[in-house]
Design a binder for this molecule. Structure first.
Ligand code: R5P
Length: 364
């Protein structure tokens, strides 16, 4: 047995029922491939009046259902699909429903930090619970405290080991890890420790409620070093670009960036193309459409991490090891992804059949 169950396809057994909405079916297919179970069949589509219709096409009575649906673009639709699918599973008498939400939208709205504003991250948590989810599996929430917005169990995974291991393998000399704001400093510190590198922090002040941010100064020694900017998400790339400019002013040698969630709303990718960034490393919690893919964006898959967590939750095993930096485990995950990518290339050649069927019906 390997550190995290690779090599035992089907270990999860027949009792896991894996489903996906339309948000990120490619990730769901990869998780299914990791677990060695097929994706369940369902219909999820929108009527002309924009009402969403859901029908589960399998018997899920008393089943352990895992519904994979990051609340990514189109955000409002992804959220509604998630809620309506949970309701459908509840009314179909599923035994347990786990909402697997690799990217949690509205995470930035997590406190009442000015008069008359909502706490939308809490509202979404309430909606997921009221819809009928029994537990939540998330990944790098904008703030860990969002876990406490739920009164059901939440397992929050992190991609920090996957990302740090990628940079360790690159053997970059004279690294410095850079947090693009004070709010992320604690997690950037943990990332820096994994890389055995010093930490620098860019002090940032947001301008109003818009997506534009204004940077102030760099705290820490960065001159002549190779900077790795780390964040939980990249949305418009505004924060990252201002961080890049601040670091260039301070005389860094090279700049890399990484984040768990590559939301990459416009004009993020155009900004990257014009920037001096060596490489941007993200994960596949949010799909990256072909038009946004380019040479300097590297996507690591969180499928084995989420798949392993699903397997352990299903079997009542600890998910604690997934939070550790066990090198063997993380390296196996990176290898699984690389081998999987080769398999996918093979399968996409004419004349080859896919072993994990795409969802039978328009989850599209
Ligand atoms: C902010 O608190 C977050 O950690 C990210 O820095 C922010 O969401 C990135 O947004 P953008 O790419 O639009 O600047």
């Amino acid at each position: 047995m390997t550190a995290f169950g690779v090599g035992e396809p089907g270990r999860a057994g027949e009792q896991i029922s894996l489903y996906t909405g339309n948000a990120n079916p490619a990730l769901a297919r990869k998780i299914a491939r990791y677990l060695g179970v097929p994706l369940g069949r369902c219909e999820v589509f929108e009527f002309a009046n924009e009402d969403i219709f859901v029908k589960i096409l399998d018997n899920v009575r008393e089943r352990d259902v895992f519904l994979i649906q990051p609340t990514c673009s189109p955000v409002q639709k992804s959220i509604m699909e998630l809620l309506i699918m949970i309701d459908a599973f509840k009314r179909a008498s599923a035994g347990r429903i786990t909402a697997v939400v690799p990217y949690y939208a509205y995470g930035r709205s997590d406190k009442k930090d000015q008069p008359r504003v909502p706490i939308t991250a809490r509202l979404i948590a309430d909606m997921i619970s009221v819809a009928g989810a029994d537990r939540v599996l998330a990944l790098d929430l904008h703030q860990g405290q969002i876990q406490g917005f739920f009164n059901i169990p939440v397992d929050e995974l992190t991609a920090i080991h996957l990302l740090s291991n990628y940079f360790i393998k690159k053997q970059i000399q004279d690294m410095v890890v850079v947090s693009p704001d004070l709010g992320y400093a604690k997690r950037a510190r943990a990332f820096a420790e994994l890389l055995d590198a010093p930490l620098a922090i860019v002090e940032k002040r947001r301008v109003g409620n818009s997506d534009r941010a204004e940077l102030l100064n760099v705290i820490g020694e960065v001159r002549g070093r190779r900077a790795i900017v780390v964040d939980d998400e990249i949305v418009t790339g505004g924060t990252l670009m201002e961080t890049v400019r601040a670091l260039q002013r301070e005389g860094v040698a090279e700049i890399f960036a990484c984040a768990t969630h590559g939301v990459l709303s416009d004009p993020a990718v155009d900004r990257f193309r014009e920037s001096a960034l060596e490489e941007i490393v993200i994960t596949d919690t949010v799909p990256l459409p072909p038009a946004k893919q380019f040479r300097r964006i590297k996507v690591l898959s969180v499928a084995p991490l989420i798949g392993e967590a699903i397997s352990r939750i299903h079997h009542g095993e600890s998910v604690g090891a997934l939070f550790s930096s066990e090198m063997q485990l993380v390296q196996e995950m990176l290898l699984w992804d690389e081998e999987g990518a080769q398999d996918e290339d093979e399968r996409s050649r004419p004349g080859r059949e896919r072993d994990i069927p795409a969802p039978a019906s328009p989850v599209a």
